[in-house]
Design a protein around this ligand. Structure first.
Ligand SMILES: [Zn+2]
Length: 203
């Protein structure tokens, strides 16, 4: 088949572009490898967690954040529970496999209006409006942008709320972050291009 003049140009451009993109991708890979693990809760997640507590309080529900950022080491210790350590299995995620490890997840409970004790009771209606307090809290959380662990198909995690910013655990393990030092990065073109080529490479 005879290539047109334009066809030749397109073909030559692609041949030149591929090594350039591979090079850019490998430098990006190196850069991402050096991205440190977060050491605390994502700024936006922290703000939204505060809002969740205050908005629930206006409805007469006392939300208590029972867990937020968790280091990879702490996650490994939690993973050992019910496996190599006594107790029940509480998580299916090892260190680096949970959104908690990237400061993107919180767990909550509700404090009983009567005793102040923490409750994990989905049917509790402390504010007496005939609606489950737990579900009211989840509804608020969703309007704030949280995903709820109770919506998961397999392992339902009812106290768990997270914000992924479209990043998978695999993305986070690679070094992609929604923000670094409070500066959003998840929308950066660099990350998008990187993800695009990584996805192609994984096909
Ligand atoms: Zn959780």
């Amino acid at each position: 088949m005879k290539l047109t003049r334009l066809g030749k140009w397109v073909f030559a451009s692609i041949i030149i572009l591929i090594p350039v993109l591979l090079y850019l991708n490998s430098t990006e890979n190196e850069r991402l490898k050096k991205v440190p693990m977060p050491t605390g809760l994502d700024k936006n997640v922290a703000e939204k967690a505060d809002l969740l507590v205050s908005e629930a309080a206006r409805k007469g529900i006392r939300v208590v954040i029972t867990d937020e950022f968790r280091s990879a080491d702490a996650q490994d210790r939690l993973f050992a529970k019910g496996r190599t350590e006594p107790g029940d299995v509480v998580t299916h995620a090892r260190g680096g496999e949970s959104y908690h490890n990237y400061g993107l997840a919180i767990d909550f409970a509700i404090a009983s209006r009567e005793s102040g004790n923490l409750l994990w009771d989905m049917d509790y209606d402390g504010n007496g409006n005939s609606r489950s307090d737990w579900k009211e809290v989840v509804a608020i959380a969703k309007t704030l942008g949280f995903e709820w662990g109770g919506d998961w198909k397999q392992f339902k995690d009812y106290p768990h709320l997270q914000m992924t910013y479209g990043l998978t655990i695999n993305d986070l393990q690679t070094g992609l972050r929604p923000s670094i030092n409070g500066q959003p990065t998840q929308v950066s073109m660099r990350n998008k291009i990187y993800k695009f080529f990584r996805n192609i490479a994984s096909i």
